[in-house]
Design a protein around this ligand. Structure first.
Ligand code: CA
Length: 225
């Protein structure tokens, strides 16, 4: 899951981005409302964590502009203010959820999973393709009832593919899902992770479409290998 963090407090921003990356999120961070506008207008995220009190433009203005462009990216507002009026304004401007600081990381992660499910129109928490099951909440993966141990990147890659079984994701799209800005990335990283996943899951689940990308699920025949 690729997450944009919009937060002007250096300590909160730094620790939150580090915590999200440890959990396998591709987490990027901007520190003011104008930068958030620019990034959100040009890049795609799976969710936005948005502080309300920001320099340049407020979180509510950023949110209104995002929705004004017809962009439905899930937004969770993070705010120190517990005034009812601020929560109402944020929700009315198009926020999906809010958290009042200070909050526990576990609660934030659960809310991120929830908005991700709603955005994808899923009611089940686990992703299931055939006899493979991936649970974003418990971070457990199993195939045919047998538990599998995956690294954080392997898990993130598999999750991206399982969220839309049969949909082909390009190498660049997968890199976006796995890596935040400035994170070291070998040019063949995605093929290495796919190779490792196939060794752990079996060869029949993740398919390569030469020159296009990868998909998970039943093989589509022609062009797939
Ligand atoms: Ca702030």
């Amino acid at each position: 899951m690729r997450v944009l963090l919009v937060e002007d407090d250096e300590m909160i921003g730094d620790s939150l981005r580090a915590a999200l990356r440890r959990q396998g999120f591709a987490a990027d961070w901007v520190r003011d409302g104008r930068a958030a506008d620019a990034v959100l207008a040009s890049e795609r995220f799976d969710a936005v964590l948005l502080d309300l009190g920001l320099p340049q433009r407020s979180g509510v203005e950023v949110l209104a502009a995002l929705r004004g462009r017809g962009d439905a990216t899930p937004v969770i507002v993070l705010t120190a203010r517990d005034a009812l009026a601020d929560k109402v304004a944020a929700l009315d401007a198009g926020a999906d959820d809010y958290l009042v600081k200070p909050f526990e990381l576990d609660e934030l992660l659960a809310r991120l999973r929830a908005v991700g499910r709603r955005a994808a129109g899923r009611t089940r928490t686990a992703l299931v393709v055939g006899d493979l099951q991936l649970d974003p909440a418990t971070r457990e993966v199993s195939r045919g009832g047998r538990a599998l141990l995956l690294s954080a990147r392997e898990f993130a890659l598999l999750q991206a593919l399982l969220e839309r079984p049969g949909a082909i994701l390009s190498r660049a799209q997968l890199e976006d899902r796995l890596y935040g800005w400035g994170e070291e990335l070998e040019s063949n990283a995605i093929s290495v992770y796919v190779h490792q996943l196939r060794k752990k899951l079996g060869e029949d689940l993740i398919h390569t479409v030469r020159g296009v990308g990868y998909y998970a699920g039943p093989a589509k025949g022609q062009g797939a290998a």
